[in-house]
Write a protein that binds this ligand. Structure first.
Ligand code: FES
Length: 102
């Protein structure tokens, strides 16, 4: 496992998102859903748009570009035009810091 420090837990309010850059790989999005943290690819699988800029409703994020929806907990693509799931990543919170296993 390769845990990387993603962000301060307090910096991501419920219903909000933080982006973890990891060049040259694509960025990862950290979501706060009702106080629990989840991480998936940040880039929409339809046409490469940042989901951190999307609309969050409970555990679903909607891409702002063409409105594809994904489950934040699993990465599953829930609606067209996206047909490919996001990769979900394990998350842990220790000492007020969110870590993501990349
Ligand atoms: S880029 Fe996300 S739905 Fe098209």
């Amino acid at each position: 496992m390769t845990w990387i420090r993603a962000c301060e837990a307090a910096a991501v309010a419920e219903g909000e998102t933080a982006v973890v850059e990891r060049p040259p790989a694509a960025p990862v999005a950290v979501f706060n859903v009702d106080g629990d943290f989840y991480a998936t690819d940040d880039t929409c699988t339809h046409d490469r748009y940042s989901l951190a800029d999307g609309y969050i409703d409970d555990d679903v994020v909607e891409c702002p570009l063409h409105m594809a929806k994904f489950c934040i907990r699993t990465g599953k693509a829930l609606s067209l035009p996206a047909t490919t799931d996001l990769t979900p990543y394990p998350v842990k919170v220790e000492g007020g810091v969110v870590y993501v296993d990349l």
